[in-house]
Design a protein. Structure first.
Length: 279
């Protein structure tokens, strides 16, 4: 007698990596970083963890990416959907999130395995995300997450400061002792550009070879990391520091963190601060 073994899978919506996305998007919306359908997240997944919840050979449909991501062929991602509100992700993850594998001969398609249940697709910023993943992986093999948001005080500070990475980083470091410890590599900055294009994606990726954080002037910030906590924590620390800066801007600041203290923190934590900030 032939007996067919049927493999059973866990509940995708409650898989640890989906729950992380649900919790993170809910927090970002609650904090006011991602109004309406603003902001997007992409996280690279391991096939071993994904295969506990999905048949990775069962492709629902293929979606053109808009550029060739050949360096990522065979890689799996969970990504927020285009036009989707972060406030809705937790209550309906299968509509607002998607899990796919990069496929095609040159990595030009997303092979959807789960999600986008209403026929939708990934965020319009996916090319920028994937280009940033490629750039970060080239300098950090443990990289997994790209997170984009519109934190209020960060954008406000960016609006009144020069488009100068050294200057912007210095202002942040001198406003909060935590800043240099959390992002000693500083913050990269791009001028105001049209978003949703490959051009801004390419410019962001170039910055990502040096920075884990990249500002889009008058728009928002990209944060990256080995996991969601790290990427979220980077943006969270920049936003808190920018808030401190903006709350004291225009006043005669009696107490500003001295360079000697910043250098002492760098020595204490064995950090390599962005060159030019403390020189």
């Amino acid at each position: 007698m032939n007996t067919e073994i049927v493999k059973t899978f866990g509940d995708v919506a409650n898989a640890p990596f989906v729950k992380e996305m649900r919790e993170t998007t809910a927090n970002m919306y609650r904090l006011g970083w991602d109004e309406r359908n603003g902001g997007n997240i992409s996280m690279m997944l391991n096939e071993s963890e994904l295969s506990k919840y999905l048949d990775v050979n069962k492709v629902i449909r293929t979606i053109p990416i808009g550029f060739n991501a050949k360096e990522l062929i065979g890689k799996y991602f969970i990504v927020t959907g285009t036009g989707k509100y972060f406030k809705n992700v937790d209550k309906d993850p299968e509509t607002n999130l998607g899990i796919f594998r990069i496929g095609g001969e040159n990595g030009e398609t997303a092979e959807l395995l789960w999600g986008y249940a209403d026929g939708g697709k990934f965020t319009s910023e996916l090319p920028a995300h994937l280009m940033s993943h490629i750039a970060r992986l080239s300098v950090d093999a443990e990289h997994r997450v790209v997170l984009h948001s519109h934190p209020t005080y960060t954008i406000a500070m960016n609006a009144i400061c020069p488009i100068d990475e050294i200057d912007f980083t210095r202002r942040l470091w001198k406003s909060n002792t935590e800043a240099i410890v959390v992002f000693p590599d500083g913050v990269g900055i791009l001028p105001c550009m049209v978003c949703g294009t490959n051009l801004i994606g390419e410019a962001t990726a170039e910055k990502m070879k040096k920075f884990r954080l990249v500002m889009w002037t008058n728009h928002g910030i990209y944060g990256t990391g080995k996991n969601l906590d790290e990427a979220f924590g980077l943006v969270e620390t920049v936003e808190k520091t920018a808030q401190l800066y903006m709350l004291t801007a225009g006043f005669d600041n009696v107490n500003v963190i001295p360079d000697e203290v910043l250098k002492g923190l760098a020595e204490l934590w064995n950090l390599s601060p962005l060159e030019g900030v403390l020189d």
